[in-house]
Design a protein around this ligand. Sequence first.
Ligand code: GTQ
Ligand code: FE2
Length: 371
Amino acid sequence: MTSTFSPVTLRATAGPGQPEPTSQLDELYRGFEQELLVPLWTEIGDLMPASPSPAAQPHVWRWQNLLHLAQRSGELVPVGRGGERRAIALANPGLGGAPYATPTLWAAIQYLNPSEDAPVHRHTQHAFRFVVDGEGVWTVVNGDPVAMRRGDFLLTPGWNFHGHHNQADTPMTWLDGLDIPFVHQTGSAFFELGPDVVSDHSTPDRSRSERLWAHPGLRPVAQADPTPSSPIAAYRWEHTDAALADQLALESEGHPGVVEPGHAAIRFSNPTTGGDVMPTIRAEMHRLRADTTTATRREVGSSVWQVFDGTGTVRVGDREWEITRGDLIAVPSWQPLTLTTTSGLDLFRFSDTPIFERLNADRVQVEGTPA
Ligand code: GTQ
Ligand code: FE2
């Protein structure tokens, strides 16, 4: 669905270094078609560009529009077995209508009405939730109920059973991020159903996972082995916010720590390795002071950003948008990105960078410095 190739119709057109079209050449090309063959010489420009030229496009989805459609889905579409989740995915305009925000990343708004249960299942796809607004849902991961509140970043690494339940008297929405497109396109998906309702409807303030793992710089001695995904089920906003505020305060006091002037950022990390939270997904939170513009930066791999607070302007490639709370931005591979704000801006970001780092195919270029 996302292929940029039209059904095989090879053309005997004369390009640079190509023979003049003749009936014999045409016959050769019909022979290729018949045998389902494609010669490199007609495709090389697209297949092997000098630098990444992804099919995915820069795009912004407006949270207010997503919210409205999610609310209507909440009225019209039940959540339960079969569909599994009332989740509505961003479809990048360059990817042929597939529910892919980028070639590797799924981003969706999920909506749960009061008293609803999203049934239990597990899959090899890695997942997280990020909450831009609201509370009242607990996601139950391997039997451990995890509260969801504004600013929290929550993990559901691959093959963990999980369901969600809304204990509030108001609906709740959040952002889901998964590696569904990567897993789909590489034929590596497995899926299993669990119970139709979550096993534990209790509403603890902190999950068991956090009580064991989420103390700063402290890990349980009995848990010595590294795990490919982080054992921390929830990274709470109070910690994220404090880390960003402290970075900017240190900058004001003349100490290092920020990415660049006026730009603080933290990466959510796996305490057992120090690396990314999950094998395919990197997640970060960024804070720009008022009246800050970032350096223009591009990198191999794609990302999705969500505005958490404040307003600003985002430039991706040759597109530019004003952005406000909840808005989502798709940044394709190697597209230059610049953020500007006059009011101050908090943004959540996730990317597929760990895949490229593992393959030694990662590259970053910051404006004014060599790649
Ligand atoms: O909440 O379990 O957006 O399995 C897509 C697939 C959410 C989930 C999505 C899922 C989920
Ligand atoms: Fe799921």
